[in-house]
Ligand binder design. Structure first.
Ligand code: FMN
Length: 373
């Protein structure tokens, strides 16, 4: 199937504008998501076995391959990702205020490098709309069997000094609807957002969110929800260490490493040069090594005690294995799905099982960080 996708379907899809085809595909997937029979048919092709599962921050992940933030920003196809073999999803980024994002065009393919450049700028319908959509999926009985996370961003209209309130509003509205939350302070496409990776600013955001977390959990007699931080691959190790100092005081459940990069690889290919001249974040193949380096640093600094979700340039089981052995307990992908098609999650899970067997390991967690010993 992946041959079929790469050689027949992808060339046809790639003749069209990338955002246009993304929106059309998501609309189609949203329709299919409401037809349980069709979801079952897709799952019979691409559903992954419950292999390489792992328990993390109180949640059970049937397999470690997740859909990264940005693909299903509007929660329009929540049930379908399980049929495509994913073991968890991160919906969003969602902001408190609905917003259109940056002017189009804002998503570009660098095909020869299997990469994308985007400057979407958190185009999304706002936290209350996404909360209503999630409530509806649950009411219809179309809720996936895997954990669902939500990526939270800052509204463009919110001033940096009001960021904590802005994130807290989204968190309050979405709290009942997801299993875990990711604070995104690392997108390059919202002006000054990445300044919130500064320790003091981040501390304020987390303090506001954890207060809501405790209140909401007490009200429902449930436990608090895991809150993770998503970091940029362009941070210095020193700045990363500043974030890691907040782990204990602010009960950070884990780090998602990494978002897209503002750096660009060297190239003599004029078509790539043209795409790389576009402002925005770069994802896919050229990001892989850099994001693995960040995963490795966090794992070493925390002695493996802090769960890491590794993301950036994963296209196959070797790429996922690289992240896991560098310290990631879970991995996510976005660009890999665009280039390899819907069989990617199943193929990666299968490949990970083979690598575990070759290494003489029974469980995935035994492989986490073994490359750093
Ligand atoms: C078009 C597009 C939109 C994205 N939107 C978000 C977002 O809203 N929030 C976020 O944290 N990351 C976002 N990302 C980043 C991805 O979640 C991921 O961190 C990054 O693309 C690296 O993974 P990949 O190489 O597998 O694509 C986006 C990426 C792309 C390509």
């Amino acid at each position: 199937m992946s041959w079929f996708y790469r050689n027949l379907i992808r060339p046809a899809l790639f003749t069209q504008d990338s955002e246009e085809i993304h929106n059309r595909t998501l609309r189609a997937l949203g329709w299919i998501s409401r037809q349980s029979v069709l979801c079952d048919v897709l799952a019979s092709f691409w559903g992954a076995s419950r292999d390489c599962g792992i328990g993390l921050f109180g949640l059970n992940f049937p397999n470690p391959i997740g859909l990264a933030a940005g693909m299903d920003k509007h929660a329009s196809a929540v049930p379908i990702w399980e049929s495509f073999g994913f073991g968890f999803v991160e919906l969003g980024g969602v902001t408190w205020h609905p917003q259109p994002g940056n002017p189009a065009p804002r998503m570009f393919r660098a095909v020869a490098d299997k990469a994308l450049v985007n400057r979407m700028g958190f185009n999304n319908p706002g936290a209350e709309d996404v909360a209503a959509k999630l409530a509806k999926w649950r009411m219809l009985g179309h809720w996936p069997g895997h954990p669902v996370g939500i990526n939270l961003g800052k509204s463009k209209s919110a001033r940096l000094e009001n960021a904590a309130e802005d994130y807290a509003n989204s968190f309050r509205a979405l709290w009942p609807h997801a299993d875990f939350f990711v604070v995104n302070v690392s997108s390059p496409n919202t002006p000054n957002l990445r300044q919130l990776q500064d320790r003091t600013a981040l501390d304020e955001i987390l303090a506001a969110m954890q207060a809501i977390n405790r209140q909401a959990a007490a009200g429902k007699r449930e436990s608090t929800k895991p809150v993770l931080i998503k970091v940029a691959p362009d941070l210095s190790f020193e700045a990363l260490d500043g974030i890691l100092e907040l782990v204990e005081p602010r009960q950070i459940a884990g780090i998602v490493a990494t978002n897209t990069t503002i750096t660009r690889p060297e190239t003599n290919d004029p078509r790539l040069q043209q795409v790389y001249a576009e402002p925005g974040g770069l994802s896919g193949r050229p990001l892989r090594a850099r994001s693995t380096g960040i995963v490795r640093h966090i794992h070493r600094q925390t002695g493996g005690a802090l769960p890491i979700i590794g993301v950036g340039g994963i296209f196959n089981a070797d790429d996922a294995w690289e992240k896991i052995t560098a310290g990631a307990s879970l991995v996510q992908l976005y660009t890999g799905l665009v280039y390899e098609g819907p069989s990617i999650a199943k193929a990666v899970v299968k490949g990970l099982r083979q690598r575990l067997d070759e290494a003489g390991l029974r469980e995935l967690k035994q492989a986490v960080g073994i490359g750093n010993a």
